[in-house]
Design a protein around this ligand. Structure first.
Ligand code: FE2
Ligand code: FE2
Length: 240
């Protein structure tokens, strides 16, 4: 069984964020993914969900929770994150453990209050709340609405709301932005169609619908010349 290397616990929150940014940019070929993810996740949150509940949570805590969703990647073998070939089943399972490793690292940071200098700009309480929420997001952001995800195979509303938002934000970013040799860089209209088809399968239908609504005008501006009559942006452009 592949276990977490505990030497990772020597880093404080600042060190962990620096390490994550290195992995994002130079190992996994996804520079800026965590930051874009956090920005889109917050935009989604402000449009759907229980406002009474989430309106009380500091935005800094939500930002931290989203930005740290893939933190467990710092603890899986980096060679597999950078790999050009298709991973074997065993290797893929190791990479999928970034969900559980991430939760363990975040729990450690929160319980030991191992925040380093980041406690003061964010505020100790905000940091603690952010790390608590980040634990849920890190563990469950690959769960699918229909129960086909990992690591637990949770379904529908048994998946925490933030993780359902994270699932959509993660996939949108992965499809829109090029990821070296691993795809991405899809045309905007294809991303909208993917969101539509994934409703009730990969995605919480309400969150995916909100993402479609938020993205359509932005993406329409990004590809004004698209000639396809099947393009879902055509109707958006016609209205504007
Ligand atoms: Fe992930
Ligand atoms: Fe991600």
């Amino acid at each position: 069984m592949f276990v977490l290397d505990e030497s990772i616990f020597r880093y404080d929150l600042g060190g962990i964020l620096r390490l994550l940014s290195r992995v994002d940019s130079f190992v996994a070929h996804t520079p800026g993914h965590c930051l874009r993810f956090a920005a889109f996740g917050l935009a989604l949150m402000s449009e759907c969900g229980d406002f009474e509940l989430w309106g009380r949570v500091p935005a800094g805590a939500l930002w931290l929770a989203f930005q740290l969703h893939d933190v467990g990647k710092i603890a899986v073998p980096w060679v597999f994150l950078a790999e050009k070939r298709r991973l074997t089943e065993e290797e893929r399972e190791m990479v999928e453990r970034h969900t559980e490793f991430g939760e363990a690292v975040l729990r450690f940071l929160r319980e030991r209050e191992h925040f380093g200098h980041l406690a003061s700009p964010l505020g100790g309480l905000e940091t603690r709340i952010g790390l608590r929420l980040a634990q849920e997001v890190a563990l469950y952001h690959h769960e699918n609405w229909d129960g086909s995800g990992y690591p637990r195979g949770l379904r529908e509303r048994s998946i925490p709301f933030l993780a359902r938002v994270a699932r959509v934000a993660d996939v949108v970013d992965a499809l829109l932005f090029p990821r070296g040799y691993r795809g991405g860089g899809w045309r905007p209209e294809k991303v909208l169609i993917f969101l539509q088809r994934g409703r009730g399968k990969l995605f919480d239908p309400e969150v995916a619908q909100t993402a479609q609504r938020l993205l359509a005008p932005i993406l329409a501006a990004a590809c004004p010349e698209c000639p396809s009559s099947a393009c879902p942006l055509v109707s958006t452009r016609a209205q504007s």
